[in-house]
Each structure stands twice: as structure tokens, then as C-alpha cells.
Design a protein around this ligand. Sequence first.
Ligand code: 5GP
Ligand code: MG
Ligand code: MG
Length: 187
Amino acid sequence: MPTGSAHNADATVGAVLVDGPALSRRVSELGLEISRDYEGRELLLVGVLKGAVFFISDLMRALHVPCEVDFMAVASYGDATSSSGVVRILKDLDRPIEGRDVLLVEDIVDSGLTLSYLLRTLRARAPASLEVCALLTKPGRRKIDLPIRYVGFEIPDRFVVGYGLDYRERYRNLPYVAALERSTRAL
Ligand code: 5GP
Ligand code: MG
Ligand code: MG
């Protein structure tokens, strides 16, 4: 097999940490909680591509308040499994957020460096409010303490894939969250 191919012979999918039914139960709960908190207001959900796409589409359908959705894509300079905190915007929001109630939807908060950058960037655009909803968080890995208003699940310090989360662009389509097992190469 040529090197640089899309195959990931160095890793396989290991133990399931959050199964499909647990994901849907928690997304429904978050939808109710967020709908209560934002009653009478209109939400702008901001998803961070690509990892948060699966979560945000399920979460949005669990909301009972009027809402819109927009997306940002960021690249973090780092290797395949950790970020450096130096973030570049690849795709910015389509519309301004000034005066809007913004909920930033993330797949996972690890060191917190990416989220910290995103919060600073969005805050500078003067939204009426800005909160964070993260499907997963690894509190043990945090380098910066950040206010995360809504959390799906706290998970241990493992690299996970599935339900939007990738390893070298693979495994996003798994309908559950599982730990990645490194088989041959230590990362
Ligand atoms: P942070 O800046 O908080 O260290 O990392 C944020 C980004 O790194 C996440 O949005 C995600 O793209 C990636 N990341 C961090 N931990 C994991 C993980 O366990 N699995 C996957 N697939 N991506 C992760
Ligand atoms: Mg992310
Ligand atoms: Mg990734």
C-alpha cells in the first residue's frame, strides 16, 4: 500500500465510551435545558466544522425555541491528535452576530486552546450573549479554564472517534463515541 494513503493501519476502533442510545438521550436532555434557558429568545447556533456537525444537527432538532445555524471552520496547528492553540480561520461565519444570542457548539473540548481562541474572536463581535455547548469534555487535559455552560459527557483522557469526531478524517460516521486504539505506532 502506498504511504500517505487514507487508510489508518496504525489505529483501530476500541471500547465504546458513549453508545448511540446514550447520545440521543443526552441530546434530548440538552435540547430541553437549552430551550428552557432561552425561552422567548431566538438562538443562533454556531457549529465548528467538521466535528460538531452531527451533534449540532441532532441538537437543533431537539430545541423548542426559534433558531438559526451558521458554521465556522478552523485549523489548529498541531498533529493528528493534539492541538497547539494556534488557530487559523478557514471559513468564517456567513453573517454578523452583533446583538445575537449565540450558542457555540463544539464536538469536544480537550486542552481548551481552540475554544479559548474562538470565544475571544466571537466576543469581539459583540453578541448579546455567548455560551458554549460541548458534546464531550476531557477535564483532565484542560490547559485553560473556560466556562462551558452545557456539557454532554465528561470523558477520561482518551483520544475518541465517532459521532463526528475523526482520526485522520475517518470514523466520523460511527453512530457512537469510541476510544481509538493505536496498534503499531505510538502517537
Ligand atoms: P483543544 O484545542 O481543546 O485541545 O482541542 C480541540 C479540538 O481538537 C477539538 O475540537 C477536536 O477537533 C480535536 N480533539 C481533541 N480531542 C480529541 C479527541 O479525543 N478525538 C478527536 N477526534 N478529536 C479531538
Ligand atoms: Mg471541534
Ligand atoms: Mg479532527
